[in-house]
Design a protein around this ligand. Structure first.
Ligand SMILES: Nc1ncnc2c1ncn2[C@@H]1O[C@H](COP(=O)(O)OP(=O)(O)OP(=O)(O)O)[C@@H](O)[C@H]1O
Ligand SMILES: [Mg+2]
Length: 254
């Protein structure tokens, strides 16, 4: 099981890169992929065409109801059942989709969140999945609550702006602060002018991060967004898909 988390300043391309990497893993025939949309706005689901998927928030509501209706069942039993059902309903072509949704983290859900973490850990550490791709919204703090605190590969998406590059170090600092173990730090430059790439690479290396390369500005994204299409409709030879292919080689060490 390999857990990949996608991080970076707002709007840099986390969701886009998560979708591109997922598309490439499926193209290679990789199996057992779980894609988690950890962003409350559910953009990843839209880009993948998986909007109909039920969310964890829905499940939390169901959990509360079943607790009242079936007092003989333990909380963990109910949760495991609901979680299994959720993953079945989230089945897509070549991968499973899990949407975190809204409503988490509010006080009254605290105990449920703990249970959720327990079941989630069991699932991701089990043998069902080989890959977990998490499109992360706010950063590492947010993700530490939802996983066992282990991320094998943190892929940080950035452009060449100072603000965006400053988040590289911050992500590492926060991960250390909250005790999230991160195996590899990777940096990807997205939508960045070629003459500015050197700065991204230098900054990444100065922090001891591996620079994976650049995803060029690709007009095909505007086209699929306009037509309401998904990442799977991108041409196989579009600049972004080709760049993502090379990155997967590096991530998988192939
Ligand atoms: N390489 C690219 N070429 C062209 N457009 C791109 C590229 N990468 C991202 N975009 C566009 O930039 C916008 C922001 O990208 P995306 O939603 O992936 O960023 P994000 O980091 O996930 O944002 P947020 O912080 O809001 O979650 C989108 O409209 C996307 O289509
Ligand atoms: Mg996003």
């Amino acid at each position: 099981m390999k857990i990949l988390g996608f991080f970076g300043k707002g709007g840099t391309g986390k969701t886009t890169l998560t979708a591109l990497i997922l598309r490439e893993l499926i193209r290679r025939g990789e199996e057992g992929i779980l894609a988690a949309d950890a962003d409350a706005n559910e953009c990843l689901a839209a880009l993948l065409g998986a909007e109909g998927t039920p969310t964890l928030s829905n499940m939390l509501q169901k959990y509360k109801r079943q607790r009242e209706e079936s007092p003989e069942l333990t909380g963990l039993d109910i949760f495991q059942n609901l979680f299994d059902a959720l993953l079945m309903e989230g089945e897509q072509e070549g991968y499973d989709m899990l949407i975190m949704g809204r409503g988490e983290g509010s006080g009254c859900f605290c105990a449920v969140n703990d249970l959720l973490q327990a079941v989630f850990e069991k699932t991701v550490e089990g043998e069902t999945y080989n890959y977990l791709l998490m499109d992360c919204e706010a950063g590492v703090e947010h993700i530490a609550r939802k996983t066992s605190g282990k991320i094998h590969d943190a892929i940080i998406v950035t452009d060449a702006s100072k603000v965006s590059l400053d988040t590289l170090k911050r992500i590492k600092d926060v991960a250390e602060e909250v005790g999230t173990q991160i195996g590899n730090y990777y940096v990807v430059a997205n939508k960045t002018r070629p003459d500015m790439l050197e700065k991204v690479e230098k900054t990444a290396k100065s922090l001891g991060f591996k620079y994976l390369g650049a995803i060029p500005e690709d007009t095909n994204f505007t086209e699929i967004a306009y037509q309401g299409k998904t990442v799977f409709d991108l041409p196989d030879d579009s600049p972004a898909t080709l760049a993502a292919r090379e990155m997967v080689d590096q991530i998988l060490g192939t």
